[in-house]
Design a protein around this ligand. Sequence first.
Ligand code: 5GP
Length: 222
Amino acid sequence: MNAPRRPLVLVGPSGVGKTTIADRLVRMRPELFVLSVSATTRRPRAGERRGREYEFVSRPAFRRMIAGGLLAEWAEVHGEYYGTPAGNLEDLSEDGPVPVLDIDIQGARQIMERGTGAFVIFILPPGPAEWIDRLAGRGTESPRAIARRLATALEELGAAPSFEHFVVNTDLDRTVRLVLAAVAGRQERLGGASEVAALCRGLEAGARSEIRRLEGARKERT
Ligand code: 5GP
């Protein structure tokens, strides 16, 4: 396969598995892809290292990066700031790897508007059940927090029709194969807009009914 020369952006609703897909792509094909390390004001989680998952910076430092034009895009996600250092998208060598950006939808829109030539793929969950399970996490969060997260993910899903390329994350190996095919211009297409719309309708219905269930459970307890 010829090396793709365009930065690759993975977008999609929270809980769809973008980070796992990006990690696997880079691990499998390091000659083609390198992770774009973002800056963020959120705190490192256990096991995360500065410069590997993120550049963890203070809010004033993040504001200085914005003011200095050092970010190709930035957005506030869940109350924290995230941004792609402009340098990650500059000076791509002729035959080196291209950056993979695992960013939110607001950021993807900015990258598209900047004319970076990025190839943007919207990742969809295969169905509501496992998507909702992933969003619910390990049962350590309150029903209210989970319902809020689901509502945000629903909003993110609503952006799907404004994208052009889609991959359904059924299983990781297949997803990576489809992403590689898509960047090489050989996408085995989803059935088109109507198939994407039908899948999104099912996901939305599942998420809405789970939100209702969670809110009902909360009211019963209070
Ligand atoms: P997390 O804190 O769970 O790593 O990421 C939260 C969200 O922020 C995810 O949707 C992730 O894709 C998004 N995100 C991570 N880095 C960036 C970035 O540089 N720019 C934007 N716009 N979103 C990002």
